[in-house]
Write a protein that binds this ligand. Structure first.
Ligand SMILES: [Zn+2]
Length: 357
């Protein structure tokens, strides 16, 4: 509470600083909205919990997602998001008590090490000290270094694939390399056809800033096809307003392919650089772009012009018609992150760290 009050006092100063706010808030495409009942639950208790299929549950605070599996012995969960200012509290313990009153959390799986997704794990371990914590071995190595009491170190790790079974239910965990950060894993309930993969696909929304802040863009892009190789109907994606489907993965793959095609074309077009030179010279005089003091400014102009051209392609395709809800490809948040998503790919391509067919 103290933190929220302190931030609220700072708010006027923050709002009137350098935040770039659009003149009009763009409409939310209908398919990006909360499913029925979710908004009401968030209002009433800060979280929503519902059964996806056969004792597999979705818990959300409207921004972050947790998977919970009810077994004969208790509940297995995947992730425990960190309580953050302004976000509704993710009361995972309260949600689990709704799913299986009186039963313990027996297993806690970490999708990856990022603190926003597992920074509430310490609270789970405090409540259930015997909880088994399972993660990829790279996640364990990182958490050992971080020594963060909010993210207890895993008690069990794996390298490529493993099974986690309890009380008649089974999850399979898979690792296919760095798809967002080292140790980011796929969590699959094969029988129920539910898949969880965090920070790759954002159902109904464009990917979060700079392609989900992924530190390996090539692996992040390839993860889309790996997802589609799984047998699943429901995707728990870790973020935003709802669960996902195969169609959401396919649409985001199309979005990513548009970035690849757009940036690819721009990089092969010398006019982008010529235009940046001309723009600089038009302000500072002929030849000014090649003066020593213009080096960074020229590159900044070149990066921005390239990124803006890509962003305009995305804006036209993924926001058009959103107002009337008749564009099946409309994605929420395009105005916020199209530019930075283009820039992330542009930089990766420029540095030669993405595979080009
Ligand atoms: Zn992450």
């Amino acid at each position: 509470m103290k933190i929220i009050i302190a931030l609220a006092m700072l708010l006027p100063a923050i709002v009137f600083a350098d935040i770039n706010v659009p003149d009009t808030a763009p409409p939310l495409p209908p398919k990006a909205d909360y499913p029925p009942g979710v908004a009401e639950d968030l209002q009433a208790k800060g979280y929503h919990v519902s059964e996806i299929k056969n004792d597999i549950f979705w818990i959300t605070n409207g921004d972050y997602h947790v998977m919970a599996v009810k077994t004969r012995k208790g509940v297995m969960i995947v992730d425990a998001p960190e309580p953050l200012p302004f976000f509704p509290p993710m009361d995972v313990l309260g949600a689990v008590a709704e799913i299986a009153p009186g039963y313990p959390i027996t297993h806690m799986i970490y999708s990856h090490a990022h603190s926003d997704h597992i920074g509430g794990a310490g609270l789970i371990k405090d409540a259930f000290p015997n909880v088994k914590i399972i993660a990829h071995k790279k996640t364990k190595r990182l958490l050992e270094k971080m020594n963060d009491p909010k993210r207890p170190v895993p008690t069990r790790t794996f390298e490529k694939t493993t099974k986690v079974s309890s009380g008649g239910k089974r999850l399979k965990l898979h690792y296919y390399g760095n798809t967002h950060m080292p140790g980011n894993i796929f969590i699959h309930a094969p029988k129920e056809k539910v898949l969880m993969l965090v920070d790759v696909v954002f159902p109904g929304w464009v990917p979060f800033r700079r392609l989900a802040l992924s530190d390996h863009i090539d692996g992040w892009i390839k993860a889309h096809n790996t997802v589609l190789d799984f047998d699943f109907d429901t995707l728990i994606a870790g973020h935003v307003t709802r669960l996902g489907t195969r169609a959401d993965v396919e649409l985001q793959l199309e979005y990513v392919q548009d970035i690849i095609d757009s940036i690819g074309g721009i990089m092969e077009d010398p006019n982008t650089l010529f235009n940046a030179v001309a723009a600089y010279d038009s302000v500072h005089g002929p030849g000014a772009a090649f003066e020593t003091n213009a080096k960074w400014a020229l590159f900044s102009g070149f990066f921005d012009a390239s990124t803006m051209a890509c962003s305009e392609v995305l804006d036209a395709k993924y926001t058009e018609g959103a107002n009337s809800g008749d564009n099946p490809k409309a994605l929420a948040g395009a105005e916020a992150f199209n530019f930075s998503n283009c820039e992330a790919y542009f930089v990766a391509r420029r540095l030669g760290v993405v595979q080009v067919d």
